[in-house]
Design a protein around this ligand. Structure first.
Ligand code: CMX
Length: 133
């Protein structure tokens, strides 16, 4: 795990939060993308070297919809950039972490992604992501 790739923030409305984060950073989102397989639509903002992903659920089955209902808006996950997601999954499973799902799936912003269960990581949902080349 080389560095934080982005921080994901769950929001009720991208329309509202895009305006808020544009004011905060003084720049608009550089990308908006829907990930139907993840049940979300997203916006991406850069702040210096740091990336923020806003996530709005697109249906009630989405894990982000569940999160919002239980906890309200706020930090949803921290994503770490990895060079080889398959070897990192093997390493983390050997270390006893519960990796969610059988294999990585296509995430937003041209990444292969997989998650670790927050119960194993002090209540923080961790995403591993590898750039698709
Ligand atoms: N951060 C911290 N804790 C979380 C969490 C999150 N993002 N999401 C759920 N939890 C907690 C819940 O609060 C709950 O805790 P308690 O048992 O103390 O109440 C527990 O995990 C179980 O939550 P749940 O609502 O019953 O939900 P599930 O068990 O069905 O699913 C999880 C939880 C983490 C397995 C599921 O949300 C998941 O698979 N997440 C990964 C996929 C994902 O989030 N995709 C969207 C992002 C897409 C992207 O960035 O591209």
């Amino acid at each position: 795990m080389r560095k934080i790739e982005h921080i994901g923030i769950a929001v009720n409305s991208l329309e509202v939060s895009n305006v808020l984060f544009e004011k905060l950073f003084g720049e608009p989102a550089y990308k908006q993308e829907e990930a139907i397989n993840q049940g979300v639509k997203t916006s991406f903002f850069m702040n210096g070297f740091n990336k923020i992903e806003l996530l709005e659920p697109i249906n009630q089955e989405s894990s982000v919809a569940k999160f919002l209902k239980k906890r309200g808006e706020g930090i949803h996950h921290i994503a770490f950039d990895v060079e080889d997601i398959y070897s990192e999954i093997e390493r983390l499973e050997r270390e006893g972490f519960q990796v969610l799902g059988d294999s990585p799936t296509k995430g937003t912003d041209n990444k292969l992604v997989i998650f670790l269960h927050p119960k194993d990581t002090n209540g923080v949902l961790i995403e591993l992501c590898q750039e698709i080349k």
